[in-house]
Structure formats: C-alpha cells, structure tokens
Design a protein around this ligand. Structure first.
Ligand code: SF4
Length: 352
C-alpha cells in the first residue's frame, strides 16, 4: 500500500486545489479469489483499478455506472470500510487538517468519523428495528459525547424537524414508518454530528418513484442549509442529473469520464456515457427511440478485456482500443475523458 506522510503532518496532498475537501489518487482495490481446500488465491477481482478524483467543499459529486463498476467499493474505501490495495484518500478534516484515511492512526480515524458519514441504500435494513428513533438518531451524539439527557432529546427533535418528521415520532420504532420516512431517519442520523462529507450510497434506489424526488429535494435543502458536501453514488444518470455539481462515470473499476453535470449531459465525450444518457427518459418525442443498446455484458472484473475495457461493447472501437489503455485526459476545463477517439467523435447528449 502507498504510504503518505501527510497522515502525520497534515500537509496539503499533491493535486489538491483551494476548496478541495477530498483528494483521491490512483486508488486500487483488488479482492482475492480463493479456491480449493487450502483457499489458494487463484486470481483477483479488480473492483477499483486506479481511480483519481477530487471533491470540492459544498459540491455534490455523482459517481455513476452499472452494477459492478466499482462505485460502491470506491465509496466504502473513502469511509475506510475497506483497506485499499494501493493509492491515497486525503480528507481535509476540520480539526486535524489533511489526513490520508487508509494510513491514518486509529485515533485520527475516530476524529474523522464525526466528519465523514454515510446514508445507506436500504432504509429497511439500515435501521435497528429494536431501537426508537431517539436511540437511532441520538446514538452518534451520545457516543461522541455531544449531548445527553434533555439536551439529546432537544437535538433529536431538531433533527427530526430538519428532515420533515414530527418530533413526537422519536419514541416510535422504525417499523411504524414508510420507506421514505425511514430514509429520512437515516439522513437525520447521518447529519446529527454536522459532518463535512456525506457519502450517499444509492439513497433513493430502494424507494418508490413518487418519493424519490422528495428525498432528493430534502438532500439538496440540507446541503444548502448545512453546507454539506456529498458523494452521490447511483446507477441511474437521471437521478444524479438533478443533484450533482459534477459527475464521474465508472466502468469496470475505472473512471472513464468526469465533467460538470451540464457538460456531461449536453456534450458527452465517452461512448459509454453516451449509451447511459440514451437511457435517460426525455419529454422530447423526437429523441425517443434513439436508445443505444450495448452488446454483451459488463466484463468480469477478474479478467477484463485488454486495452480499453469498453472496446468489446463500443461501436466506435478502433485497433488501438484493443491493445492500449486510454489515459484519462483533460479535454476542456474540468472535463476529463479516457477514450482514444474522443477528439474525433461527435456524441449525442441528452439535450443535443
Ligand atoms: Fe470506444 Fe475506443 Fe473510446 Fe474505448 S477508447 S470508448 S473502445 S472508442
């Protein structure tokens, strides 16, 4: 694993610019595949394979891709739920300064945990059914010695109001609530300690379509009020369009395109992004029927195709794509793409 002295010194990491809150560089996570009686390692799943990105204070970075592309593993590495195989994850903690999360000490990580929280995908399984809302939302406040007794109740009441629930619900258990209400409880717990960065792991994909918009609006409202920064993980580009400042598209463990949301939706530069965008519902009848159906399946991350991982499914693939990995290159301010043909292609966006 790469070590970095900034975990001890708090120095600004390479690649950070003013306003950055998180700087991820060359992040790699390989999971071993074990077989046989002796559990011999016979290969590795390359879940995350050299991912780099920055997250700025107050923005929402959408992390998008099909199932198995590595977006959830990336978000869990940021939360230190996994140790990376390589790379660095520098976080600008409000009290400790810059820290490399994977190499930070246990004491440093305890401090970081207050400022780095997660909203989970499934509001049904992420809440303990034996705890009341007071216990669920108040737990992080108690554990961190922030509040107790009546002060704790007041703070939980305030958090419930903030997420649009009645304070008198605090004595009830999760089973008494709908999926949307439970997700609001999960959000209240995540923001209880006033974190700097919240990782939202598909926070609306388990909800009815009718309440997805309400939950997204709530997240946006809380961001504006509390100055939160989000990493928003989703498989659906139409969901991230409305909440993200910038979007990073992942494919088989790599970022293939990253751009401000409007640029990515109007003028995509990677064929995979173009295919994902073609599935975004549009009210424009002239664009209906132009959906791009990708041939084949997402490659096995333990044995991805050489060169550009997308080449077996890409309708623009050339010879170089089959042998040479395209580097992630900045083609316009803030717009990076990993495609050999990006300067020759004129791709279709949502509004073009
Ligand atoms: Fe398609 Fe080649 Fe670009 Fe990969 S590098 S997306 S195969 S054109």
């Amino acid at each position: 694993m790469t070590t970095n002295t900034s975990a001890q010194t708090g120095t600004v990491p390479a690649g950070a610019v003013d306003g950055d809150l998180l700087v991820v560089r060359d992040l790699v996570k390989h999971f071993p595949i074990r077989k046989g009686f002796w559990s011999k390692i016979v290969g590795h799943v390359r879940a995350v394979d050299g991912v780099s990105f920055n997250v700025r204070q107050g923005e929402t970075l959408g992390l998008v891709g099909e199932s198995g592309c590595g977006k959830t593993t990336t978000s869990r590495l940021v939360m230190r739920a996994y140790q990376p195989t390589g790379g660095t994850i520098h976080f600008r903690d409000r009290t400790q300064g810059w820290l490399d999360i994977p190499t930070a000490s246990a004491t440093q990580v305890r401090g970081v945990r207050r400022n780095l929280q997660m909203i989970f995908q499934d509001p049904y399984s992420s809440l303990n059914p034996r705890m009341t809302l007071l216990d669920i939302i108040g737990e992080p406040l108690m554990v961190n010695g922030v509040a107790k007794g009546s002060e704790l109740q007041d703070r939980v009441a305030e958090l419930l109001r903030l997420v649009g629930l009645h304070p008198e619900y605090m004595a009830r258990y999760p089973h008494a609530f709908s999926g949307g209400q439970r997700q609001r409880v999960g959000i209240a717990r995540a923001i209880a300690l006033e974190p700097q960065l919240v990782v939202c792991d598909e926070p609306v994909s388990a909800l009815d379509v009718s309440i997805q918009a309400q939950t997204l609006n709530l997240l946006e409202d809380l961001q504006a009020r509390l100055g939160l920064t989000y990493i928003f993980v989703a498989h659906d580009l139409s969901v991230v369009q409305h909440v993200s400042t910038r979007v990073a598209v992942m494919y088989v463990g790599r970022i293939v395109e990253c751009a401000p949301t409007e640029d990515l939706f109007f003028t995509p530069k990677h064929p995979y992004t173009e295919a994902l965008l073609s599935a975004v519902p549009t009210p424009d009848p002239t664009r209906r029927g132009s959906r791009i159906f990708l041939a084949g399946e997402v490659p096995d991350a333990s044995n991805p195709p050489p060169g550009c991982h997308f080449h077996p499914r890409c309708r623009y693939a050339a010879d170089i794509c089959r042998t040479t990995v395209p580097p992630l290159t900045e083609i316009a301010p803030g717009h990076t793409v990993a495609c050999h043909m990006s300067d020759q292609l004129s791709l279709t966006g949502v509004h073009s």
